[in-house]
Write a protein that binds this ligand. Structure first.
Ligand SMILES: [Zn+2]
Length: 150
């Protein structure tokens, strides 16, 4: 079943800046291994485009479930260094906010679920802790809808 899904994987994910390459099913979770694409790497301080990778971070970001199993996007997120002003900054992606472990569409999904159900019930269904759900709700998820989050 999973191998059938691979063909349509990126249609399912619907994230323009992420290319899913491989699915892994592990301990009741789905890991989508892939890479970022078309990311913006312009220095936020001086606008310089000449940057150099400084450090690589392996990210694991929760996304909407596939086959009703908790699903994560796994990719390398690069810390860039501006060659002009020396500032370090993370590659900018529009499907999640910086320092977050969830995609914006997932944050919104949890927010919507919580409108009709208790936090405990949502936590149970999403395999999250109550604190994680509360943390998600604190986030101003609606900012994601103002810009295109595709
Ligand atoms: Zn700079």
């Amino acid at each position: 079943m999973l191998s059938c899904l691979i063909m349509e994987l990126n249609d399912i994910l619907e994230i323009r800046q992420f290319k899913g390459l491989r699915l892994e099913r592990k301990a009741g979770e789905i890991l989508v291994w892939g890479k970022l694409k078309d990311v913006e790497s312009v220095c936020p301080r001086c606008g310089e485009e000449a940057v150099k990778p400084h450090q690589y971070y392996e990210k694991r970001v929760r996304h909407l479930s596939i086959l009703n199993q908790p699903t994560y996007l796994c990719f390398i997120h690069t810390l860039q260094r501006c060659l002009a002003c020396n500032r370090h900054f993370m590659e900018k992606v529009n499907f999640m906010d910086s320092q977050r472990q969830y995609t914006r569409v997932y944050e919104r999904h949890v927010y919507e679920m919580c409108r009709g159900q208790s936090i405990s019930r949502v936590a149970e269904m999403e395999h999250l802790s109550r604190d994680e759900v509360k943390g998600l709700l604190k986030k101003s998820w609606f900012r994601a809808t103002e810009k295109s989050s595709a």
